[in-house]
Design a protein around this ligand. Structure first.
Ligand SMILES: [Fe+2]
Ligand SMILES: [Fe+2]
Length: 194
């Protein structure tokens, strides 16, 4: 069977669509973080946005490589999560749920690719499942920190860095205002655990 005639091909298109949507949903969360002054949090989420972009790019490449002809349209039926509203903290929890679901779906897509005889796609789906699982853990951790107010307050001394000017301090609580450039606490990122 050729990839273009397989269900794995449709799964690539479903996954591409899902990655594009995840990228935009996390961009919304990043926007919310910046809007609320959590710039360091926004920087972390931006890295996830970039991961999803690259997942979409890779899936798109697999789709394009399946045909020498121009692909005008691929008809797919796929669910679309719309859980997130505009609550920054809760959106981190919901993003973790999205990631968990995505990881499960990728594992089933990997099995289907193996059954249909497409080892490259099997590998891709399995690796994407692992990455989405790390995203889930990251979102859960960020949600916990926001919920418990521990994003800028730890139970031991840690190293903080102002993402504005690079000033560093070592304490259990991030500085309210950077003594060098005056940036607010939301600009402070944790860089090394003490
Ligand atoms: Fe992804
Ligand atoms: Fe993800």
């Amino acid at each position: 069977m050729q990839l273009i005639d397989s269900n794995t091909f449709l799964n690539l298109a479903r996954s591409y669509s899902s990655e594009c949507q995840a990228m935009v949903r996390y961009k919304f969360i990043e926007y919310g973080a910046r809007y609320n002054g959590y710039n360091a949090l926004a920087e972390i989420i931006d890295k996830v946005v970039y991961n999803e972009f690259n997942h979409a790019r890779t899936l798109y490449t697999h789709i394009q490589d399946a045909s020498k002809e121009q692909i005008d349209n691929i008809d797919i039926s796929a669910g679309t999560p719309f859980r997130e509203k505009w609550d920054l903290t809760d959106n981190l929890r919901l993003a973790a749920l999205d990631e968990e679901k995505e990881a499960k779906i990728y594992k089933t897509f990997a099995k289907e690719a193996a059954k249909e005889g497409f080892p490259k796609e099997e590998f891709l789906f399995n690796e994407l499942a692992k990455i989405e699982d790390t995203h889930k853990k990251l979102f859960l951790d960020l949600h916990k920190q926001m919920l418990q107010g521990t994003m800028y307050k730890k139970d031991k001394n840690v190293k903080w860095k102002c993402i504005g000017c690079g000033y560093e301090s070592f304490s259990n609580e991030a500085f309210e205002t950077c003594p060098v450039c005056g940036a607010k606490q939301g600009q402070v990122g944790l860089i090394i655990k003490g």
